[in-house]
Design a protein around this ligand. Structure first.
Ligand code: FE2
Length: 166
């Protein structure tokens, strides 16, 4: 029963990212709601829409494998979502939460980028050219999102609390 083939590993990782993308739909929704900035809100909503398309592409891959789309769990992405929940307990200001969210979103993009790079490598080894193409489309969207978030973060300014001079 032991897992032995790259194909099995590919399917395992596919179920992982399929679960991760689904978890991110809610997380992106929540971050868009928490945002008070039009541009940032738009970045989350647009990526949420892209994520729905990414899920569809993953479903096409399951279909090409003759399988029903099946999510496992993605403790990696869930862990990042949990970190965010823990951070909220620190009672950050709205502005600081906004800045934190931009950084947290970048962490998930990094995770997804590596997941897709690995899947592309495996699909390539397995000669699954359609899957390679669909996964590359997902990868490109994640990379573009990461770059957009990086630009947003570098322009972001948190007003310093005016305290007494010591
Ligand atoms: Fe994604």
């Amino acid at each position: 029963m032991a897992m032995q083939t790259i194909e099995e590993l590919f399917e395992h990782e596919l179920r992982d990212i399929y679960a991760g993308e689904q978890a991110l739909l809610d997380a992106l929704d929540q971050m868009a709601n928490e945002s008070t900035d039009r541009e940032i809100k738009k970045a989350y909503t647009q990526h949420r829409r892209e994520t729905q398309g990414q899920i569809k592409r993953l479903e096409k891959i399951f279909k090409s494998l003759g399988q029903k789309a099946q999510a496992s769990t993605c403790p990696g992405i869930e862990g990042l979502i949990k970190e965010k929940k823990l951070f909220i307990r620190e009672k950050p200001s709205d502005e600081l939460l906004e800045f934190y969210n931009i950084g947290a979103a970048q962490k998930t993009e990094r995770y997804e980028i590596t997941a897709y790079e690995n899947l592309i490598d495996m699909a390539d080894k397995l000669g699954m050219s359609d899957a390679v193409e669909w996964l590359e489309q997902n990868l490109q969207e994640e990379e573009a999102t990461l770059n957009r978030l990086k630009a947003i973060a570098s322009e972001f300014e948190v007003a310093e609390e005016i305290g007494e001079e010591v």
